[in-house]
Design a protein around this ligand. Structure first.
Ligand SMILES: O=C(O)C[C@@H](Cc1ccccc1)C(=O)SCC(=O)c1ccccc1
Ligand SMILES: [Zn+2]
Length: 156
């Protein structure tokens, strides 16, 4: 299947609060698969449903080593549904971020170094884990998208 078109900053969908997912059905799995394909096609390390014009509280994160974060872990894509941030470190760290909805630009963004998060997987099972470093950064970036926030509202 083809990659989905990616919403650009200024489109209303990117300003909306995402809707809680209730049906863990094949349509949800198909959307996640298309999001992953679109993320890879756009050379991203994450993608949120609103970026492909879906209002659902769902994103994908897929850390990999790269020129800005050479020690970033290589991880299989993780599908995150109905995420919550339960706690966040007082320690903040500044780092470069890009956004598929703001193509060709880089921003220095402050993020919590460590967060404890809870989310459902594609089967609806709750996961709880502590994230730190680049993966925590990606999670916070994608979580923002589900609140209608882009890094333009956060850049220093
Ligand atoms: O817009 C998105 O959600 C995708 C975004 C996710 C993200 C990148 C960097 C830090 C946090 C979250 C991207 O993947 S943009 C691609 C990109 O600019 C980049 C890729 C790897 C490392 C750094 C930036
Ligand atoms: Zn983004």
């Amino acid at each position: 299947s083809q990659p989905l078109p990616i919403a650009l900053v200024g489109e209303a969908i990117l300003k909306e609060h995402a809707i809680e997912v209730r049906d863990f059905d094949t349509a949800l799995s198909q959307l996640a698969e298309q999001m992953a394909l679109s993320m890879v096609a756009a050379n991203g390390v994450g993608i949120a449903a609103p970026q492909v014009h879906s209002p659902l509280a769902l994103f994908i994160m897929a850390s990999r080593p790269n020129e800005r974060y050479p020690d970033a872990p290589l991880m299989d894509p993780v599908v995150v549904v109905n995420p919550q941030i339960l706690s966040a470190s007082a320690e903040l760290v500044s780092g470069e971020e890009g956004c598929l909805s703001v193509p060709g630009q880089r921003f220095s963004i402050w993020r919590h170094q460590t967060i404890v998060v809870r989310y459902q997987d594609l089967a609806g099972h709750w996961q709880q884990t502590e994230l730190t470093g680049f993966i925590a950064r990606i999670f916070q970036h994608e979580f923002d998208h589900l609140q209608g926030i882009t890094l333009l509202e956060r850049s220093q």
